[in-house]
Design a binder for this molecule. Structure first.
Ligand code: CP
Length: 304
């Protein structure tokens, strides 16, 4: 695996190998905070053209804990503002011996474009437009697998702004590869995807129906930054129809997992009592982000 752009087509074997490696690294760092310095002498560049808390921080922590040098490239003060292309920026940093670039961009396909241009370095997609967020898909997989070994027994519901969500697409690719029994997509009609790529999913507009019998609920925020004015509705109405409350959660299977990639909008897609409740996996997801990104970096950089 030279670059990590999408989980689509990666296949069960490669996904499981990445998850197994993440568990090994998680265990190694749990036993010894110093951990194996597998990336000593390597340089990792964070190239974020969109905001991020979780992805950016956990890639940085993953790389640093493994001994790498990390450059948090500051887009705003860089020569990109003088018109330097992204390709020239990449070539410049590659000439300084950067080994891996973590790329987040609002445009679909930008990490793939850079991967086609990179001479030596690995490109890891940290989220592009509504296309893909592969390490989020992997950390969601690990969070589920930690509690349910057999995906074939699981009904997973993804609810919210699926149309604009790269997380939904990467989760879908992961859930298909790992063989989830049923995948349900739920949200207002305007925020549901066109059927095409989702034809194997059950698409529902009634959230109560979608929650019933679910083993895993993945809640998504409304991505207002990717919406036209016409799609931005009233938050209270949205919460009444699609908000995950304790009352709604009671319709799911016993001990159903509640997941959210963050950032959460409490009182819009999820009630605080659920976000902070015993079934919430939100912080477990965040915690798994570090070993999953360690696994991705070491795999792409060819380090055992
Ligand atoms: N889940 C996720 O991508 O969060 P950030 O935008 O904070 O990185």
């Amino acid at each position: 695996l030279r670059h990590l752009i999408t989980l689509e087509g990666l296949g069960r074997e490669r996904i499981c190998a990445l998850l197994d490696r993440a568990v090994e690294l998680r265990d190694a760092f749990a036993m010894d905070a110093q951990g194996p310095q597998l990336l000593a002498g390597r340089t990792v560049v964070n190239l974020f053209f969109e905001t991020s808390t979780r992805t950016r921080s956990s890639f940085e922590l993953a790389a640093r804990r493994l001994g790498a040098t990390v450059l948090n490239f500051d887009i705003a003060s860089s020569s990109t503002s003088k018109g330097e292309s992204l390709e020239d920026t990449l070539a410049t940093l590659e000439a300084m011996q950067a080994d891996a670039f973590i790329v987040r961009h609002r445009e679909n396909g930008m990490p793939e474009r850079l991967a086609g241009f990179a001479k030596r370095a690995a490109i890891l997609n940290a989220g592009d437009g509504n296309h893909a967020h592969p390490t989020q898909g992997l950390l969601d997989a690990l969070t589920i697998r930690d509690r349910h070994a057999d995906f074939g027994a699981l009904t997973v519901t993804i609810c919210g702004d699926i149309r604009h969500s790269r997380v939904a697409r990467s989760d879908l690719h992961m859930l298909r590869a790992l063989g989830a029994a049923e995948i349900r997509l739920c949200g207002p009609a305007a925020l549901l995807p066109d059927a095409g790529a989702f034809s194997d999913c059950r698409i529902l507009e009634d959230f109560d129906e979608a929650v019933a019998g679910s083993d895993v609920l993945i809640m998504l925020r409304l991505q207002r930054e990717r919406m036209s004015e016409a799609l931005i509705g009233d938050e209270a109405d949205y919460f009444a129809r699609f908000g995950l409350t304790a009352q709604r959660l009671a319709r799911a299977r016993n001990s159903a997992l509640v997941m959210h990639p963050g950032p959460m909008n409490r009182g819009v897609e999820i009630a605080s009592e659920v976000a902070d409740g015993p079934q919430s996996m939100v912080l477990a997801q965040v915690a798994n982000g570090v070993p999953v990104r360690m696994a991705a970096l070491t795999t792409l950089l060819g380090v055992d």
